[in-house]
Ligand binder design. Structure first.
Ligand code: GLA
Length: 742
């Protein structure tokens, strides 16, 4: 078997952070008590080897003093005869065996039919930022290496497991988690994100009841329907206060997170490969590496949790300057223009050049041509798989368009959907065996397309080959990588039946391998992960994707709620947000251009409207707000985000604020859905400013109340607050302000 892909180079990135003098992490092992302790940021994580030899979680929370020590880990007692000590003890990575009734981290069947796995501590190795702990079954040679790394700044942990078979016979893995997280018994609320096409990023908040809440995708990819992120808060949900434990799984294939509150009210969160329709045959001497499950802790509510995640994603997950070893933070995204909503499949050289000229006049940085430029692609019935330029639409290839875009001072991006094929394509006519399928069974189409089996080496090489050629032959700065359906009939007929379910692992590994190789060969090319909107957003793809497309729904009012949900898990740095035409195609809602721009300016701004038809006034408004956005973009997308007023639950208003890391600048957005009964907009008590510094207020759009000081202390803005002008009323109204330290 091919060696599995290396996990992200987390250690290297953290080492770089230490050079900047920020390192405050440590990992230790007390050989007397057999207790491991990891400290980073404001977090301590402690686990130990209990008297039976299992690895047991002991503490996860606010940082404790260096001189504080924990006694040895003590197993939980049996609860009557029905709940074993083994099931009650919060293990770091429990094998299914020995009377385990809660979710196992690992479940296997040995070649002789034995299905009992009891993992005990074997050895460990401390590293600069964490520890690797090796577990072994009590009698058989199955080894599991648990990898722990802690970030010195945020205290976010990265955990994963490598399972190795040193038995003489193959073993079948039926379930493999990346990690299990434990919390002591208590009253908690659970937060998680769900959705559907055009309706992603719904934040669910509920009391964590007894039993199991399963958050998952069985679809072969991340999915719109649930996202691999959770946050558990002590008590009720609170944006600004209280203890929160959160986690995110770095995997773009079928995944599952199980949140359990057991019969003794203890809480466990177990996540990794989705065990549904899953198995992995591990031959002797072969290893299976799980994805990484990140976990963090904040004592500043859900807002504090998401701020930690945002900083961690920017510093340690997103692609940095590949190949140069440069660990500088990713730059704010170029402001893009995308042609999809303007032309759909009707792209042509003349039409795209006309749009590019208009786009350049607005101050756009990057021009992106969407679907329709290749093969026999007139609509969504044909062409996917045939990645040659359509000669009727572009008789001279892409060069004249790309040259024109460059001459207008923009770089050029292109849409691709590499993992898919239309049955009406040369590729499918030549290689009908290349798609996921079961012999003799129907091949269910969605959007008239089938999924190429990327797990196959020949398909992987084909996809890498055509993308490499496209990027070599054309001066392309950016690919919007789309993925417009989920799996059906996921057979892989090159392998024996018992091994075919490995497709769930190998497909995603090959996706990552292709992206990684393209980044290596074309270090300057950037990628967007799109899957009919937000169907593939997770910390696995974000190791390779510089940005994501959160939703095909670009209605600016819907976007306020979607963007709010999105930012619980992901940084605005990657959150692309286009301004499109009004009335909106989905909701038929009419909104002003200024409102649409302000809604999109909360993330990484793009324009996706038919700008060829914009009036002079519209061009002027867009130009003015794009210029204002450019000036404060870094603060918006990389600063500390405070969700001041939530747009959720039918709120009349919403507001966000971001503060630059050094507190020198802040940007405030305020929105009215529909003013009722003459309500005035609430006072916005700002957060996160330096109380003693002086800040000057400048409107980007809208007005503050008459008499508002132009310069006041951070304390004034935070305690007195920013009051909006008397006339800030109506339907779908927006305002924005910047504060700059004097
Ligand atoms: C998906 C994407 C859209 C657009 C179309 C093109 O739906 O989410 O933005 O690129 O495909 O077919």
């Amino acid at each position: 078997m091919r060696p599995l892909m290396k996990a992200l180079s987390f250690a290297a990135v953290l080492a770089a952070a230490s050079f900047a003098g920020m390192a405050q992490s440590s990992a230790s092992f007390d050989s007397t008590t057999k207790v491991f302790r990891l400290d980073g940021g404001n977090v301590s994580y402690v686990f130990g080897v209990n008297q039976r030899g299992e690895l047991q979680q002991m503490y996860w929370g606010g940082r404790i003093a260096a001189e504080d020590h924990f006694g040895p880990a003590m197993t939980q007692r049996e609860w009557a005869s029905f709940d074993t000590s083994y099931t009650n003890t919060p293990q770091e990575y429990a094998g299914w065996g020995g009377g385990l009734f809660v979710e196992p981290a690992l479940k296997v069947t040995f070649a002789d039919g034995v299905r009992d796995l009891v993992l005990h501590y074997d050895s460990h190795q401390l590293t600069a930022q964490g520890v690797d702990v090796v577990l072994k079954d009590i009698s058989r040679s199955i080894f599991v290496t648990l990898r722990y790394r802690i970030d010195s700044t945020t205290g976010i942990l990265a955990r994963s497991a490598t399972i190795e078979n040193r038995e003489p016979q193959p073993i079948t893995i039926e379930q493999a988690a990346a990690a299990a997280w434990a919390l002591p018994s208590g009253h908690y609320s659970l937060n998680y994100l769900t959705g559907r096409w055009a309706g992603e990023w719904t934040l669910n908040q509920e009391t964590l009841g007894t039993g199991a809440r399963v958050i998952e995708s069985r679809r072969g990819s991340t999915g719109h329907q649930a996202n691999p992120w959770f946050a558990i808060q002590a008590g009720d949900p609170d944006e600004h206060h209280g203890e929160v434990w959160f986690g995110a799984l770095a995997w773009s294939g079928s995944w599952r997170i199980v949140v359990e509150r057991d019969q003794l009210d203890a809480v466990r969160v177990t996540g990794g490969f989705n065990p549904f329709d899953f198995s992995f045959v591990l031959n002797p001497a072969v290893k299976l590496e799980t994805p990484v499950f990140y976990g963090g802790y904040s004592s500043s509510g859900l807002g504090g949790a998401s701020r930690l995640l945002h900083h961690f994603e920017i510093a340690h997950v997103l692609p940095h300057t590949v190949g140069t070893g440069d660990s500088a933070a990713p730059k704010p995204r170029p402001v893009i223009y995308n042609s999809w909503e303007a032309t759909e499949f009707r792209v042509s050289e003349a039409g795209q050049i006309a749009l590019a000229e208009k786009a350049a006049s607005l101050g756009i940085d990057r021009f992106v041509m969407d679907d329709g430029w290749f093969g026999q692609r007139k609509d969504d019935h044909a062409g996917l798989g045939d990645w040659y330029v359509n000669k009727e639409k572009f008789p001279n290839g892409l060069k004249p368009l790309i040259d024109k875009v460059h001459s207008l001072g923009m770089d050029f991006g292109l849409w691709v959907e590499p993992e898919m094929v239309n049955p009406d394509s040369d590729l499918y006519r030549k290689h009908p065996d290349w798609v996921l399928n079961f012999a003799g069974r129907p091949r269910t189409e969605q959007r008239n397309q089938l999924v190429l089996n990327l797990a196959r080496p020949d398909v992987r090489d084909y996809v890498l080959g055509f993308l490499d050629k496209l990027l070599t032959e054309n001066d392309i700065a950016f690919l919007k990588w789309d993925y417009n359906r989920n799996w059906s009939e996921p057979g892989w007929d090159q392998l024996p039946p018992a091994q075919q379910k490995q497709v769930y692992v190998e497909f995603t590994r090959n996706l990552y391998a292709i992206l990684g190789e393209l980044k290596k060969r074309h270090p300057k090319v950037e990628f967007e992960s799109c899957s009919g909107g937000g169907g593939r957003v997770d910390l696995g793809i974000l190791q390779y994707a510089d940005e994501v497309w959160p939703s095909d729904n670009t209605d600016p009012f819907d976007r306020l709620t979607q963007q709010d949900g999105f930012t619980y898990a992901y940084t605005p740095q990657v959150m692309m947000a286009w301004v499109t035409d009004s009335p909106h195609w989905l909701n038929k809602r009419t909104t002003s251009l200024s409102y649409r721009l302000l809604s999109s300016m909360q993330g990484s701004l793009g324009i996706g409207a038919n700008i060829a038809q914009w009036s002079g006034d519209e061009i002027a408004t867009a130009k003015r707000l794009i210029a204002a956005y450019h000036e404060v973009q870094q603060t918006i997308v990389q600063g500390d985000l405070y969700r001041l007023i939530s747009p959720r639950n039918g709120s009349e208003f919403s507001a966000t604020q971001t503060v630059k890391g050094d507190k020198s600048q802040s940007v405030v957005f305020a929105f009215i859905h529909s003013t009722q009964e003459g309500h005035t907009f609430p006072h916005l008590k700002l957060m996160g400013l330096d109380p003693t510094a002086r800040y000057a207020l400048t409107p980007i759009e809208g007005k503050a109340e008459a008499g508002t000081p132009t310069v006041a202390s951070g304390a004034w803005w935070m305690n007195h607050g920013l009051v909006l002008g008397e006339d800030f009323r109506g339907d779908f109204q927006g305002a924005a302000f910047r504060l700059d330290k004097k």
